[in-house]
Design a protein around this ligand. Structure first.
Ligand SMILES: *[C@@H]1O[C@H](CO)[C@@H](O)[C@H](O)[C@H]1NC(C)=O
Length: 737
């Protein structure tokens, strides 16, 4: 009979896995596509056989500007709107770039208390008016970030204010989320591709952090990337690749296949993380031989980036707004409902220096840049951005801390603030790392730049610490692995003991054998290291094998819990408050959020899922298997209760984000789950309740000691005589739930 039951458990689990496969395929269907045979011809690499040498002419160079994460806000006086207006008023006229690219999060879209989110037309109007009135003669490209698609029922929805107020909205609409432009210059062709990776239906915050590209969007991306051969191809997106899910194009191209044909991926989104973790969110991806360069936000850190391409060498500098702006913090909000923008007074900026030759070795791309140009060049080259006339600037250069003998001279013009200085690279050691420092003094301010370079065409490490590591990982797959591994771990440890013990019935059960062995090891004198390892492993295994018999209800609870979490919706909530009627609601699955019959394969479910599975399931699984909730000290038990309360409060916050307790807390499996966990924690013998009860009668020590002692002897008879009562309590309490 028991054997049959064991097989039924297994069969049931396997059926659930069938559904897991089905849900996985269904939820990610839009990321895959039926294969169409390849029609793209892979463009040839650029032919750099005719050498062009870098000298003193203001030729072969252009530059553009990137900003990110503006977060124009209706409610925040500091940073945000203020910095954005200053960028346009004080910085842009000095930079005069070919174009500006904004990589998302144009508006903040958070409410006054920073809890819920919605699109505010005032924020969008200001963005629009500021560009119309403040930006003349500079092309402006933009795309949405996750804040721009909070609470967004669809692209066509009235809530999609980017569609009416964004600068590149029509390009994005035509290109299905992707658009591109080209710079055709006399010395080369350069391609720029902007990627809007927002979810099609954007949930309100916080479950809207990740982006994805469907298979259709990947087709678009592939057609742009592979359209022709370019000197360089650049991609722009709000989301770093670690927070993206890339589909596969209908010709089978993955993101990696395409990124190989590009030189750099510019993004934002992570701001600078916290505590200095994200100071350098930049990395070189060896697999695609390309750079990924996150830019900190304009909103708080006041950062903007200038990127120059000089004779196909890519250089960039991330600069904060002048401290005069950063320190001026308006007390009052900048009114957003004026049709005329209230501009702040322009502020002078210190000279910004961008060295383009030699190129910084940390960001070299040996496969895609003509690095040998550095060694052959006759002049150092750098751009100096300043509102003053070049004649008022005093430039000094140091190489390897020695003042450079040749003077710097301005060779640029109105459009190109280029400075050069003669140099002789052959006088420097070929195989070493060198430093160059350029300092520009005005009568009142100083600007400088210092980089490390090499002459042997090699790269050096980015040395970005945690930030570089974060950009190099793939968060989505990591979260999926953590979740999958936790589920497998628990299911295997739940099922194997049952199947194994039942299958062994005619002979002796492993529990008996291991108990004997343990007892033998215990008697060993003196105890040996190997012996104690063996004891630990054996007693651990024994706990798992006894778990189904000793705490059958808890065991069943975990089996059912895991299978429900894998196959059923976790909760239903109002993810899209601005939609009509029932369209406001979505069902949260581990696999994605389902609106009606449409799946959003947004990876936020994996983040939430991994946290829940580890903190709400795995932790308690370990506690219950080892009966820590019964055996632990009083302090441990109260710690457990505090932990449980913390988990409950986290869960209750869903109501705050998603429109109150109905349906987010009522149609919610996790609420039932945590209630049940609470009952098991408190209600069992030796659980919190009994603890308090017994303490009142002052007989704690005996009973506890006796119980633990028996347990440690590994005698199963003593504990099994107690356990049924434990279960009895569970059963009673469970009915109440
Ligand atoms: C750009 O590529 C072309 C070949 O396609 C090459 O002739 C030209 O020199 C390159 N431009 C630069 C600046 O290297």
């Amino acid at each position: 009979m028991a054997v049959v039951r064991a097989w039924i458990y297994l069969l049931f689990t396997l059926i659930c896995f069938g559904r897991v496969w089905y849900l996985f395929r269904l939820s990610t269907a839009s990321l895959r596509a039926p294969r169409i045979p390849t029609t793209h011809t892979i463009p040839a690499d650029v032919d750099r056989s005719i050498p062009i040498s870098m000298g003193a002419e203001p030729k072969g160079i252009f530059y553009f500007v990137q900003i990110s994460d503006l977060h124009i806000s209706k409610f925040r006086p500091k940073g945000h709107t203020h910095y954005f207006l200053h960028f346009i008023r004080s910085i842009l006229p000095v930079l005069k770039p070919s174009f500006v690219v904004v990589t998302g999060d144009l508006t903040d879209a958070k409410d006054m208390r920073r809890v819920t989110s919605q699109q505010y037309v005032e924020e969008w109007s200001l963005y629009n008016y500021a560009i119309d009135q403040g930006v003349q003669g500079t092309r402006w490209y933009d795309m949405r970030g996750n804040h721009d698609c909070f609470d967004l029922p669809s692209w066509k929805s009235r809530a999609n204010l980017y569609r009416t107020h964004g600068q590149s909205a029509s390009l994005i609409a035509e290109g299905g989320g992707i658009y591109a432009w080209e710079e055709r210059l006399e010395y080369g062709r350069y391609k720029f591709i902007a990627i809007d990776a927002c979810p099609k239906k954007g949930p309100s915050r916080p479950l809207n952090f990740f982006g994805y590209l469907t298979s259709k969007a990947m087709d678009q991306l592939a057609s742009h990337v592979l359209s022709d051969s370019y000197n360089h191809t650049f991609m722009f997106s709000h989301y770093p690749t670690t927070t993206m899910v890339f589909g596969v194009s209908s010709q089978g191209y993955t993101y990696r296949d395409l990124a190989r044909h590009t030189s750099a991926y510019f993004c934002g989104h992570l701001h600078r993380l916290i505590g200095g973790l994200g100071d350098i969110l930049q990395a070189y991806h060896p697999s695609t031989q390309s750079l990924e360069l996150e830019l900190g936000d304009l909103k708080e850190h006041g950062l903007y980036r200038i990127v120059a391409i000089d004779h196909d060498l890519i250089s960039f500098v991330d600069t904060p707004l002048p401290s005069a702006i950063m320190k001026s913090r308006p007390e009052r909000l900048i009114p957003l409902d004026n049709t005329t923008v209230l501009w702040p007074h322009a502020v002078d900026i210190a000279p910004v220096v961008l060295i383009t030759n030699p190129k910084e070795a940390r960001f070299s791309i040996p496969a895609k840049e003509p690095l040998e140009q550095i060694q052959k060049s006759t002049h150092l080259r750098f751009l100096v951005f300043s509102s003053l006339d070049p004649s008022q600037l005093q430039v000094s250069i140091w190489i390897d801390n020695i003042e450079h003998i040749h003077p710097a001279e301005f060779v640029g013009n109105q459009e190109m603030p280029l400075w050069v200085a003669k140099w002789d690279p052959s006088s420097l050691e070929l195989k070493e790392l060198h430093t160059i420092r350029v300092q520009v003094d005005t009568p009142t301010m100083i600007g400088s730049s210092s980089i490390e370079f090499r002459l042997d065409n090699q790269r050096t490490k980015v040395n970005g610490g945690t930030g570089e590591w974060i950009i190099s990982t793939h968060m989505t797959s990591t979260l999926q692995c953590i979740t999958a591994f936790s589920f497998l771990f628990m299911l295997i440890l739940l099922l194997v003991p049952v199947l194994h013990t039942q299958a062994n019935i005619p002979t002796r059960s492993p529990i008996e054998i291991w108990s004997k062995k343990l007892a033998a090891l215990d008697r060993q004198d003196p105890p040996r290291i190997y012996g104690s390892v063996q004891t630990n492993v054996l007693s651990s295994a024994l706990q798992f094998y006894q778990f189904p018999q000793e705490q059958p209800i808890v065991w069943h609870g975990f089996l059912v819990g895991c299978l429900v979490l894998l196959t059923c919706p976790w909760f239903r909530a109002e993810f899209l408050p601005s939609a009509e009627g029932n369209e406001r609601y979505g069902n949260f699955y581990l696999w994605g959020i389902m609106f009606g019959s449409v799946w959003e394969p947004i990876a936020d479910t994996w983040l939430f899922g991994a946290l829940t599975v580890v903190l709400d399931v795995l932790v308690f699984f370990v506690v219950f298997v080892y009966r820590l909730h019964l055996k632990g000290s009083a302090r441990f038990k109260s710690g457990m209760v505090v932990y449980w309360l913390w988990r409950v409060s986290e869960l209750l916050s869903l109501a705050m984000f998603y429109g109150g307790w109905w349906p987010s807390l009522v149609l919610n499996f996790l609420v039932a789950w945590l209630c049940w966990i609470g009952v098991v924690l408190v209600g069992g013998i030796g659980g919190i309740w009994t603890q308090i009860h017994v303490q009142q009668q002052n007989i704690v020590p005996d009973k506890e000691a006796q119980w633990t002692q028996e347990d440690e002897n590994g005698s199963s008879s003593s504990s099994s005589s107690i356990e049924p009562i434990v279960c009895g309590v569970h059963v009673k309490n469970r009915r109440k739930v």
